[in-house]
Design a protein around this ligand. Structure first.
Ligand SMILES: Cc1ncc(COP(=O)(O)O)c(C=O)c1O
Length: 392
């Protein structure tokens, strides 16, 4: 779904884009690394965006990339895992999440979720642990606070790493602390529908300098474009070229994306206030219309929830959650045609087809989510409430 955002909404972004175009520099350059510096004499807008993002989230290292999926990949790679290591993913999440695990050379193993929130269930995580488990991706779906404290405690006891996927959770706090800052690495998406957007784009952040270095190398073709004071390895005397220190993709963000993302970040609090207002309007509409078929999710008294979409419970069979990553056909295709990025078939015990996880299907059948995009007017919200209620 493309979220509606009126034209006049983009004035700040338009000015920022115009500045980039006037400057003539549309890519961020090779940064401070070994590459050509002809267009790197001035600070890139992408640098400013990373600084602002690191400041906002309160972590020392942030790296902007070209999509949320690239940020997920950077987060997995940052953990320094070995090929074939297992990474637990929630049974309810967009397929980008397990695909990023595969792209980073690891094996996604799914764990069931709570049927009344679709958030990862710590007991279900326990049930899929094996001696190859090395990490877990916790997705703060819809902006809800996933049980990160319980899962982080399990991870610490077992020596696993934790990635927080905050693609849908810009600004959610647990006990006053921003989600994204509880784990070893976090990733955010800047795709069109998200709290802030540059059309496509993503950000990775961490407090660990080694994790940051691994993520940067992977995302910029192995070139050490390190920032935030991280030392750049010396270029061997007489060597030419960019200095690719290892394998990496080109997942660089462009200056055009970064300019829009930076402007949007400066408006995040304003957007989140509007989202909170739309949630209140929805709840008031339910009371006013005396809608018995809709139930609120559980309360999260420890959290401030920054909703991406607003989920609610409906009679069984009326739910509409789509993001169940049944990846069996993809696994089959990968095994038959090109295997996996780590050169081995996906192990047989990793499968995900309808019926694999009962709670995710129970939850998907009884949960709906309303768009509370900050660009919505009250009449648009009201029209979408009408559509939902007419359908129940
Ligand atoms: C939870 C979650 N993770 C990752 C992604 C991937 O982000 P992108 O679409 O920007 O690649 C998304 C985006 O839809 C998402 O919702």
């Amino acid at each position: 779904m493309i979220e509606p955002t009126p034209g006049e909404f983009w004035q700040l972004e338009e000015a920022a884009l115009s500045d980039v175009l006037t400057s003539g520099r549309l890519w961020r350059g090779n940064g401070v690394g070994w590459g050509s510096r002809h267009d790197s004499a001035t600070e890139a807008v992408a640098d400013r965006f990373e600084d602002a993002f690191a400041d906002w989230i309160g972590l020392p290292y942030a790296h902007a990339v070209n999509s949320g999926t690239s940020a997920n990949e950077a987060a997995i790679v940052s953990l320094g895992l070995e090929p074939g290591d297992e990474v637990i993913c929630p049974a309810a999440c967009p397929a980008f999440v397990p695909f990023a695990v595969l792209a980073a050379g690891c094996v996604p193993v799914f764990a069931d979720v709570h049927p009344e929130t679709l958030l990862l269930d710590p007991d279900a995580v326990e049930r899929v642990v094996s001696d190859r488990t090395r990490a877990v991706v916790v997705v703060h779906l819809w902006g809800l606070p996933a049980p990160i404290l319980e899962i982080r405690a399990m991870a610490r006891r077992s020596g696993w790493k934790v990635v927080e996927d905050c693609a849908q959770a810009f600004g959610t706090r647990i006990n006053g602390q921003l989600v994204g800052t509880f784990g070893d690495a976090c990733c955010f998406s800047l795709q069109q529908s998200k709290h802030i957007t540059s059309g496509e784009g993503g950000v990775f952040a961490t407090r660990d300098p080694d994790a940051y270095a691994r993520a940067v190398l992977y995302s910029s073709a192995g070139v050490p474009n390190f920032r935030f004071g991280l030392p750049i390895p010396h270029k061997p005397p007489g060597s030419i070229g960019r200095g690719h220190l290892g394998f990496g993709h080109n997942h660089r963000i462009s200056e055009l994306q970064a300019a829009v993302a930076l402007s949007q970040l400066s408006r995040l609090d304003e957007f989140n206030r509007r989202r909170a207002e739309l949630v209140v309007l929805f709840e008031q509409a339910l009371v006013r219309r005396n809608v018995a078929s809709v139930r609120r999710l559980q309360d999260f008294p420890e959290a401030i929830v920054s909703y991406w979409r607003y989920p609610f419970l409906v009679p069984a069979g009326s739910g509409s959650f789509q993001e169940i990553p049944y990846l069996e056909p993809a696994f089959k295709q990968m095994n038959e045609k090109r295997r996996t990025p780590f050169g081995l078939p996906i192990p047989e015990y990793v499968s995900y087809s309808p019926g694999s996880f009962p709670q995710v299907e129970r939850g998907a059948a009884q949960i709906r989510a309303l768009s509370v995009h900050h660009g919505l007017t009250e009449s648009e919200l009201s029209a979408s409430i009408d559509t939902i209620l007419a359908d129940l």
